[in-house]
Design a protein around this ligand. Structure first.
Ligand code: NAI
Ligand code: MG
Length: 366
């Protein structure tokens, strides 16, 4: 079986604590013949401390050569004073840019055991399993001009520019349609074509891409503001949502919070398929940050990192059975009452980071 090259970048704060639990899983899978070959690198504040950069050229090389990157978290107050160009977050931005990770996948899954702790009614979220596909490298966060102009009359003008080209919309909607085929075959595209030219183009290109290559998938269009409303009204109507960078930033945060704690939320960022091998560049990371307030205490919730690894199995290695098994293990361990402190509630079993990881490993092994 071909070797699967994984680069682990645990980063700062609770990043390494969460990554340690994934390493346990990798070890178990390797005893079952998975064939993971792991390398480790530095990113963020720890990389800055080691060599004055948020990620070294050598580690960038490793990231480019890997089949997938697993990323923990970066940052913390210790590095607040460091120069802007080498701040910890610069490491993540460099990875996203150099690997051309244009598709950000944020699932919102509601585990039955946690449904009662959602801010929405239990029946609205129970069993929820939707996927938001956010365009990550274009749109208003990157469009030019982007500046603040002094108008000279005591007024200033702040300008950001929403720009999308056909190819950017084609490739992100292609990712959404392909993922929908592996799920419930339904894509909802969200923009604001009623007030934005880029929204008119978005609608047009998504429709054309659908017609040309994915007409077996059900496609709906929704204005993004209405989409936000529908997400909190009846989120189970969705399967895959595809949207731009700005709307995706907000809608994915809303969708994520339907389902519970920051410590539970995984993500994937995918690039274009290699023309020769068909393999996509990919980086998997929890949505949460380095949580300096709890770092070093052994109490961080490792499930977001573990669920990110499950996404890695699914999307980078087509290990669907293993991914399903790992996701079921998370659900089962929660059903049994294991809780790290961020999701603790009365009558449940308090677990440390490593106790939670061990419980998942035991369940996964079966
Ligand atoms: P954060 O996500 O690190 O923490 C927010 C709150 O959630 C804290 O109270 C934390 O203890 C809790 N929390 C987060 N993850 C948890 C987990 N797995 N288990 C239990 N509790 C958890 O966000 P914050 O505090 O805004 O940022 C802290 C640092 O992380 C900053 O330096 C920030 O720049 C960085 N950051 C890095 C990100 C990344 O590496 N992708 C993303 C977000 C923030
Ligand atoms: Mg955000």
């Amino acid at each position: 079986m071909a070797v699967k090259k994984l680069l682990l970048l645990p980063g700062d704060g609770i990043g390494p604590e969460a990554m340690a639990e994934v390493k346990k899983l990798i070890a178990v899978m390797n005893t079952q013949g998975a064939g993971f070959e792991t390398e480790e690198g530095l990113v963020g504040g720890c990389a800055y401390d080691a060599h004055g950069q948020a990620i070294s050229e050598a580690d960038m090389e490793k990231a480019l050569a890997a089949d997938a990157v697993l990323f923990g978290a970066v940052g913390g107050p210790k590095w607040d004073p460091v120069p802007y160009e080498v701040r910890p977050e610069a490491g993540l931005l460099r990875l996203r840019k150099d690997l051309e990770l244009f598709a950000n996948l944020r699932p919102a899954i509601c585990y039955p055991a946690l449904a009662s702790s959602s801010s929405l009614r239990q029946e609205v979220v129970e069993g929820l399993d939707i996927l938001i596909v956010r365009e990550l490298t274009g749109g208003v966060y990157f469009g030019e001009p982007k500046q603040i102009i002094d108008l000279g009359n005591g007024q200033k003008r702040g300008i950001d520019t929403q720009v999308y080209d056909t190819f950017e919309i084609e490739r992100i909607s292609g990712v959404a349609f392909e993922l929908a085929r592996t799920r419930n075959n339904h894509v909802t595209s969200m923009e604001k074509r009623n007030v934005m030219k880029s929204g008119v183009l978005w609608h047009e290109v998504v429709s054309a891409t659908h017609k040309a290559k994915y007409s077996d998938v059900k496609l709906d269009h929704m204005l993004a503001d209405a989409g936000g409303m529908q997400l909190v009204r009846w989120p189970k109507q969705f399967d895959v949502i595809v949207t731009d960078n700005l709307f995706g930033d907000m809608l994915s945060d809303v969708a994520a919070m339907l389902t519970g704690s920051l410590g539970m939320l995984p993500s994937a960022s995918l690039g274009a398929p290699d023309p020769k091998t068909g393999k996509r560049r990919a980086l998997y990371e929890p949505v949460h940050g380095s949580a300096p307030d709890i770092a070093g205490k052994g109490i961080a919730n490792p499930l977001a990192m573990i669920a990110s690894f499950a996404m890695c199995l699914r999307y980078s290695f087509n290990m669907i059975e293993e991914a399903d098994r790992l996701e079921k293990a998370i659900s089962a361990v929660l059903d049994e009452g294991y809780r790290t402190s961020d999701i603790m509630s009365e009558g449940m079993k308090q677990a440390s980071t490593s106790e939670m990881g061990d419980a998942i490993v035991a369940k996964y092994r079966g």
